[in-house]
Design a protein around this ligand. Sequence first.
Ligand SMILES: [Zn+2]
Length: 322
Amino acid sequence: MKKGEKQAKKTLFGPGIKIPNTFEAAKVNELPALAGGPFTIVGFLYFCAAKTANPLNCMIVPKIFFPPYVFFAAIVWLCSGGCSQNPPAPQTPDALPAHYSPQDSARDSVPEVDIDYLLGRFDPATRKDFVAIGKPYTDKSGMLLRREAFEAFKKMFEAAEKDGISLRIISATRNFRRQKEIWEAKWERYSKATPEAKARALKILEYSAMPGASRHHWGTDIDLNDLNNPSFEKNGKFAKAYAWLSAHAHEYGFCQPYTAGRAHGYKEEKWHWSYTPLSKHFLAVFKNKITDKDLTGFKGAETATEIGILQHYVSGINTACQ
Ligand SMILES: [Zn+2]
């Protein structure tokens, strides 16, 4: 073999060139590569026959390795299959909700959650994707958040501190059991003044969610500083904190779901903030998989369907948080 022939062979089959393996190409989207093989052979025979006086010579195996034909065959093969193939698309477990922004897509992954999770029927203390919140972020003990939401909060906390703003978490994840305690305490407290079930539930729903329908179940939502709107308003103790949150919270992924002026749902809550890169996804799954009939296991649960908890409360949030 001449030096030039050696060079041509080295270039074609050297370590830098990936030769498509037609025997591995079993998937439908790899059929172009499979088709390349027969096309190459036919092409070779056609040109070989055109160049030689005796076409039968083209069937002689050593001739196949004659460099010009090898070169031609490789180009045809690669370009009919290998060159035209795009890298396989990354596999995702679920189609993301239509409202997902590019910022959301920068996340590592969207956690998979089931109905029990969204209804708060789990113990966050036993989950690896939850972390304990300690000082200086809170003065209370035993509070937990999803790890990603807490990491985002810490960044927001540091930025606020630099601007002289103090943010303290006073409530974080509350599971179904805890929400049931809150709900049923109010259910008893309002029993004399508001004996009728639906009216009583609506009274509680001014500020408290039904067990199963609280965003605090998800590990993405927090209450900050004080459970009292005037504290965040003009001359209030946390007026500057609220102004800072309104201007900057979105930079860290946080949104106020219960704003003033909404058509439905809980009253305004200037203290409640939600980490939307996760909670938007959880809300979408909640609306898709859960109905009012799934809200059971507490006093007054029978009013959920009549009131329309999903439509008016779970979905009745600030559109910027959806
Ligand atoms: Zn809250």
